[in-house]
Design a protein around this ligand. Structure first.
Ligand SMILES: NC(=O)c1ccc[n+]([C@@H]2O[C@H](COP(=O)([O-])OP(=O)(O)OC[C@H]3O[C@@H](n4cnc5c(N)ncnc54)[C@H](OP(=O)(O)O)[C@@H]3O)[C@@H](O)[C@H]2O)c1
Length: 361
């Protein structure tokens, strides 16, 4: 039986380790991928430092980009040699910080020509989260393929939308999607250094505000009657608290990317999380608060079938969405790169995705 190396967390905050795992033989609709690039995301930090949703030892990572090396007998779309990328997270075979990933073909799209693995791997987790949240939690329409003369229906076109944390990885894709579909009443928050980036991502007329100091952001933004809010940060003090003071309209919906970060992970401090955004702060009466769970996106049959295999590569190919800026994490070994990325995530990143090489092309 052949084996390959995987990066695992063995207990909260302890050093990451390398585990040799059996390399699966794909069955049914599964595809085996020689994984070449991956990304380190805040969820990896929540899992490695906070043990969030983890059964130890747990393979980390959910963004895969590499080459198909074998396919199961029911695979229809993909073939050996295809360059693919995807959000793969549901079990140890799918997790992405390992040399071989085995996942059903519906979780994978073909990387468009001219796009590198390093660029492609900035998309899956964020793109799927942004698309799924806008449709499932905020009830916006994002038809694909988009008919040429399509514009948002009148009841949605007038919605006042706030994307809190527009320079986050999810925020950048949410803004690009809103721009493409013609939603124009959009406001976002970010540090001044990221305002030019968000101008390029968002719709014309995008209103961009600094979120610090919070008191200024609250007094300015509470003048606007927001209908739909996407909190891309989920920080108790940094986003939920100010948003709870800004949003007051009856019927407004606030979608919060879980987990709520009560205490962030640092080198010296253990993180604390909460999964109840509707309870951790006081909200105005009539405001609906929902916790976003992208891990359930396959519950939507259409998204399960098409979002990663068709929509994500299609939008990337047509330039509807562009890869995020990458910061390549270097290191002699896989575990060094994963560990270094964990350190950077604890310090915080701005406007970019941490990516690293898993194997040689
Ligand atoms: N539940 C789900 O389905 C789901 C899915 C995906 C992600 N998430 C979670 O969503 C969170 C963000 O993930 P990500 O990958 O998008 O993060 P990320 O790219 O690492 O976010 C970095 C950005 O956050 C911004 N930021 C930090 N604090 C902020 C604040 N108080 N207000 C506004 N912006 C702030 C920074 O903006 P500036 O540099 O401009 O200051 C920076 O650009 C993580 O906790 C992640 O686990 C949840």
């Amino acid at each position: 039986m052949s084996t390959h190396a995987a990066i695992v967390t063995v207990s909260p905050r302890s050093p990451l380790q390398v585990l040799q795992l059996p390399t699966p033989v794909p069955t049914a609709n599964e595809v085996l991928i020689r994984n070449l690039w991956t990304a380190s995301t805040p969820l990896d930090l929540h899992q490695a430092d906070g043990g969030l949703l983890v059964t130890h030892p747990q393979v980390l990572g959910d963004g895969t980009a590499g080459t198909v090396t074998a396919v199961g007998p029911e695979v229809k779309r993909l073939k050996v040699g295809d360059r693919v990328f995807g959000f793969t997270w549901r079990n140890p075979k799918e997790k992405a910080h390992q040399e071989f990933v085995c996942a059903p073909e519906k979780l994978l799209g073909v990387v468009p020509e001219g796009v590198s693995f390093q660029e492609a791997v900035t998309l899956p987790n964020n793109f799927v989260t942004a698309f799924h949240t806008l449709v499932t939690d905020l009830h916006l329409e994002l038809p694909w393929p988009k008919p040429e003369d399509w514009s948002p229906p009148p009841n949605l076109a007038t919605k006042q939308i706030l994307i809190w944390g527009g320079s986050s990885s999810v925020g950048q894709f949410a803004l690009q999607l809103l721009n493409y579909y013609g939603y124009t009443h959009v406001t976002t928050t970010a540090s001044p250094a990221n305002h030019p980036l968000l101008r390029r991502c968002g719709p014309p007329g995008l209103r961009i505000h600094n979120y610090r100091p919070a008191s200024t952001a609250i007094s300015t933004l509470s003048q606007q009657p927001f209908d739909l809010v996407l909190d891309c940060i989920g920080s108790l003090s940094g986003s939920l608290t100010p948003i709870s003071r800004i949003v007051s309209k009856t019927g407004a919906v606030v979608a919060v990317l879980l987990p709520v970060i009560v205490v962030p992970a640092t080198e010296h401090e253990k993180p604390e999380y909460d999964m109840r955004p509707e309870e951790v702060v006081e909200w105005a009466k009539g405001v609906e608060v929902v916790g976003v769970r992208t891990h359930h996106y396959l519950d939507n049959e259409w998204m399960g079938e098409y979002l990663q295999g068709v929509v994500m590569p299609g939008m990337l190919d047509r330039g509807v969405v562009t890869p995020q800026k990458q910061r390549v994490v270097e290191g002699e070994t896989m575990v060094e790169r994963a560990e270094k990325a964990r350190g950077i995530l604890r310090e915080g990143v701005s406007g970019e995705r941490l990516v690293w090489r898993v194997g040689e092309e």
